[in-house]
Every structure is written in structure tokens, then in C-alpha cells.
Design a protein around this ligand. Structure first.
Ligand SMILES: Cc1ncc(COP(=O)(O)O)c(C=O)c1O
Length: 546
């Protein structure tokens, strides 16, 4: 006989299930706070922040002191996680041996469990069968990867001719030529050995590392993304037709194809399993290796689980294993879905297309790693860091964690919309992207960089976000400013893992609402320093116009 408690249990359950429609009664977080950090400053102290911002930081959000931010610091979700008590406990057991520390073996075995069989399967610490390389963060792995790749290509005397094929899609050819001009600052000069590295969208450091080695990074986001299709749930996808055309005509100068999961630069949007499988098919057809930039692999898997047909009953771990079964290797900044404050890794599949094509690569990488990062078993990290990563990789695939995290980011996005901010929809896994072009409703003069002002005013309000648009991705050569192509013009509010509550994020949304109401009054900026520098958004200084 059903008693009254069953009746209420049924009511409670139905209340929880409303969370997708009406967040009046959403689930509690899957965790609770175990340590907190009190603020040093008050949200009311606007004038002090303004002084610091203008005098010390030159309106550059990267140069503003974190301890003077009383609200949300959403500059990055990278390395900003709050660790779990299990991670802190694991750190106490860190083995700081110089060679072959205990944590390395645990890490290697955990990487195998997290990413699936056949990918991290080396039983050697060096040599050509080694598949796992530790780095202190993602970009160190990228730099190592492209440095050694360049050496391998040079050793092989790679020569692909100075002209792009006539059969290359015209629009794609123009994009490649523009890219070459934007970093060579010259006419479209292609050397015999110029390589192209395509991706759905490269992250800025990946792009920087590729360009730094004289290679051409090429973004190929899917059409639904470019068309701003708000109904399409996998806007991180790559444009398959473009990729096929590129590999058919210029495959010889493509050493590998990349996919960033989720697509940070494109809006933090997920990539569908079907897209991953298609890319595998095409890369196999042309015998070209396929890699992930895998920073947010677990968040990507959650979206597949929720939104792609056939995956609702599959666990996150099963989905991750399938995703990674398609690739020949990957690099990862563990500062995101490794759930730690520092760490990175590079994995080359033994017997995969990349290892076959560049058989000396892992030997060269081991040498590089020893010279730049330390012994391969710690790679720039302390033994305690390595312990925290293994524990983080166990937590990150928990569905209750991912549910709390990604739905919180979604609620934050909706709150920004309520406050009148145009955002990229559907909201991705780790961040909300404010569409600067729509925010200024065509009123922004590209040369004015009003997004920099908007970010600066948010800082005065007490919250930090980040410009990822015309300034971060554009370039300045011979007095001419070129916007990124394809055009991206966003402000990113990246939510650190396990760190903020809705109240904090909603407070930021309200401050953003005040700026939206008064957008006509937001000035442009003068660039006082660094306009023509590489990676200029990290280094430049600005002042308000007028
Ligand atoms: C997609 C992507 N790739 C690479 C990186 C670089 O990683 P790291 O910051 O650890 O160097 C980042 C950092 O935000 C990223 O988002």
C-alpha cells in the first residue's frame, strides 16, 4: 500500500526533473564546500579598482591583481579549479623521487582507464614505443609537439611545392592566403615546405605554437556555427566538406588534423561523436593522422550523452573511450578536465597513423622533454601534482559532477540573456560567450576595440572576464588592422570548476546588465602599447578614448 511518503517522494522527484525547463527547484550541487577563501576587498570599492586598472594594468584584464577582485574571476577556467578533499589527501602521498616516482605509474594506469584501451599502453619509460609524455601545462606540450614535428619534417626534406592546388575551394584558398599574409606580413609566400594544420578552431596558444614553427593554422568551424544557428546542439563540429576538399587537394602538406573538444575558441561548444567519426573516416582515406586538443573531453562527452542520439544510456566513461578510439594521439591541458591547478600531457598512440608516419618522433620528444621539462616520469611537475591529477581524472567523469557544472554554466548564460546580453547559444560547457558584435548592434568601430572597454568596466564593477575577439585574434601589420577570419568577436566568461555559486555568477550578470542598458556610453580604447606584438592581448596596455 502506497503511503503518504511515496506521494511526497513522487512530488519531490518531479520537482527535480523540472530543472531543464524552469530552474525554480533545481538539484543541489553534487558536492559541498570543504574550504573557502575570504575576499580581501569589498564590492563597493569601485574607485580603488578603477585606479589599479588604469595605473597598474593599463586596462588589460590579464594585468589586474586577482586579490583585488571581490566578485567572480572568470578570466579563465584553466588551473582555477577548487580541488576535492580526495585530491588534497592524495597530494600528501606524492613521491618526489627524481626518476620513476610512484605517482607516474599510477598516472599512466589512470590515463589508460580514463581514455580507454590501446592509447596509453607503453610499458617502457623511453624509446620509440613510449606513448605518454608529461608536461607542466598544455602549451608546453604543444610547443614540444610542434618543435619535434618541425624537426621530423625537416629531416624528411618535406617539399610540397610553392603553390596551392587549383582544385582547392576558392574560399578556402583565400582564407589560407589571408592567414599567410597575416603572419608573414608579406605577399602570399608559400615555401616549398609550408604545412597546414586544420582544426575546428585552434586555441590561441595552439595557433601561436603552430605559427611560431612557420606552419599555417587553419580553422574550419562547421557552417551551423558560422550561421549562428541557435538550434544546433553541436556547434563545435568541424566542416567535413571543407576538410575533405583540403585533404584531397593539399593533403601532402597536412601533417595532421586537429579537433578541439570542446571548441573553446568557437564558443566552448561540443563536437558530436558523428563528426569525430566522420573526421576519422576522411583522415583514414588520405592516411593523415588525427589528434584531439582534449582539454575539455569530459564536458564534451556529457553533451554527447545528453544530446546525441544513441548515447543516453551510455556512461560518460564509455563515451570518452569511444571518442578517443578514433584518434592517433592527443594533447591535453590537465588544468581543465584534469581538475587540477597545473599539468599537461601528450599521448601518441603506439602503432597509430602518427607513430607510423613519424617513427623517430617519440625518441625526439623524449630528448626534448628531458631538456625542457625534466625526467619523463615527472615532466615539469612535482610528484604531489601528479597524484592530484590521477585523482582528478577519476572525479571528472562523474555524471553528477558534470551535471552540476554544465547546468550551472547554462543558468548563468540564461541570466545574462535576462539582463539583455546577446550570448552564443546553446551555451557550451565551461563558459558563456558574449557576442560583442550583437552587443554593440553594429555600432562598434572595429578599430575602437570597445570589447576591451567593456571588460575594463566589468572589472571596475568587481568581476573579471576576457576579450577573445578582434583584439585577441586580430592582427596589425604595416598600419593595417585585420580582424580574425572567420570573424570571432566575443567576450568570454569562463567558469572555474567547483569554485562559484549561482549567487556569485548572477551578481556578475546584474553588473553586465547595467552595462547593457548603457551601452551607448561605452567608449572605445586607444592602444598605448603592443598593438603589433604577437600574443598581444596578454601584453598590451590601453586607455579609454575621449
Ligand atoms: C583548447 C585549449 N587548448 C590549449 C590550451 C593551453 O593550455 P594551458 O593553459 O595549460 O597551457 C587551452 C588553455 O586554455 C585551451 O583552452
Amino acid at each position: 500500500m502506497a503511503d503518504i511518503t511515496d506521494y511526497f517522494i513522487d512530488k519531490f522527484r518531479k520537482g527535480l526533473d523540472q530543472d531543464r525547463v524552469d530552474p525554480r527547484y533545481f538539484r543541489p550541487r553534487a558536492y559541498r564546500n570543504a574550504a573557502v577563501r575570504f575576499r580581501k576587498c569589498s564590492i563597493d570599492d569601485f574607485e580603488t579598482r578603477r585606479d589599479i586598472l588604469i595605473r597598474e594594468a593599463g586596462l588589460n584584464a590579464f594585468l589586474f591583481r586577482a586579490d583585488m577582485i571581490p566578485g567572480c574571476d572568470l578570466l579563465s577556467d584553466s588551473g582555477t579549479t577548487t580541488m576535492t578533499i580526495e585530491q588534497w589527501a592524495a597530494m600528501m602521498t606524492g613521491d618526489e623521487a627524481y626518476g620513476s616516482n610512484e605517482g607516474y605509474f599510477e598516472f599512466k594506469s589512470q590515463m589508460g582507464e580514463t581514455f580507454g584501451p590501446g592509447l596509453v599502453d607503453d610499458d617502457s619509460l623511453g624509446g620509440s614505443s613510449k606513448s605518454l609524455f608529461i608536461f607542466h601545462q598544455g602549451r608546453a606540450a604543444e610547443n614540444a609537439f610542434f618543435s619535434v614535428l618541425k624537426n621530423q619534417l625537416q629531416k624528411g626534406n618535406a617539399s610540397f611545392g610553392q603553390h596551392l592546388s587549383k582544385d582547392l575551394d576558392r574560399e578556402l584558398r583565400e582564407r589560407i592566403e589571408l592567414k599567410i599574409r597575416s603572419f608573414s606580413g608579406e605577399e602570399t609566400v608559400l615555401t616549398e615546405s609550408s604545412c597546414i594544420i586544420p582544426s575546428n578552431s585552434h586555441f590561441d596558444t595552439t595557433q601561436g605554437n603552430i605559427e611560431n614553427k612557420g606552419m599555417i593554422p587553419l580553422n574550419m568551424p562547421c557552417r551551423e556555427h558560422l550561421a549562428n544557428d541557435e538550434e544546433f546542439l553541436f556547434r563545435g563540429n568541424m566542416d567535413i566538406e571543407e576538410l575533405d576538399n583540403l585533404l584531397a587537394t593539399e593533403g601532402a602538406r597536412v601533417p595532421l588534423v586537429y579537433l578541439t573538444i570542446t571548441n573553446n575558441t568557437g564558443g566552448g561548444q561540443p563536437v558530436a561523436m558523428s563528426n569525430i567519426a566522420e573526421i576519422r573516416k576522411i583522415t583514414k582515406k588520405y592516411n593523415i593522422p588525427f589528434f584531439f586538443d582534449a582539454c575539455r573531453f569530459a564536458e564534451n562527452a556529457w553533451f554527447i550523452h545528453r544530446n546525441e542520439e544513441g548515447y543516453a544510456s551510455r556512461s560518460i566513461t564509455e563515451i570518452v573511450h569511444e571518442m578517443f578510439s578514433y584518434v592517433d594521439g592527443f594533447h591535453i591541458s590537465l588544468k581543465k578536465d584534469g581538475l587540477v591547478n597545473m599539468g599537461g600531457a601528450l599521448v601518441i598512440r603506439n602503432g597509430g597513423a602518427f607513430a607510423e608516419k613519424y617513427p623517430d618522433f617519440t625518441e625526439g620528444l623524449t630528448d626534448y622533454q628531458i631538456m625542457a621539462e625534466g625526467h619523463p616520469t615527472y615532466g615539469g611537475l612535482s610528484g604531489r601534482d601528479i597524484k592530484a591529477i590521477s585523482e582528478g581524472l577519476r572525479t571528472i567523469v562523474r555524471e553528477d559532477y558534470l551535471d552540476s557544472r554544465i547546468k550551472q554554466v547554462g543558468r548563468f548564460g540564461e541570466q545574462l540573456v535576462k539582463q539583455g546580453l546577446p550570448i552564443i547559444r546553446p551555451v557550451g560547457g565551461h563558459a558563456v560567450y558574449i557576442d560583442v558584435d550583437r552587443f554593440f548592434d553594429g555600432r562598434a568601430d572595429d578599430g575602437d576595440f570597445k570589447a576591451i572597454s567593456l571588460v575594463a568596466l566589468m572589472l571596475i564593477a568587481g568581476h573579471r572576464v576576457c576579450e577573445l575577439g578582434l583584439y585577441a585574434f586580430g592582427s596589425y601589420n604595416d598600419g593595417v588592422e585585420s580582424p580574425p577570419n572567420p570573424r570571432v568577436n566575443y567576450i568570454r566568461a569562463a567558469v572555474p570548476r567547483l569554485a562559484y555559486e549561482d549567487q556569485d555568477l548572477f551578481s556578475l550578470a546584474e553588473a553586465a546588465g547595467i552595462l547593457a542598458e548603457n551601452r551607448d556610453k561605452i567608449p572605445g580604447v586607444n592602444v598605448d602599447y603592443g598593438r603589433n606584438l604577437s600574443m598581444r592581448h596578454f601584453k598590451s596596455r590601453f586607455s579609454f578614448k575621449g
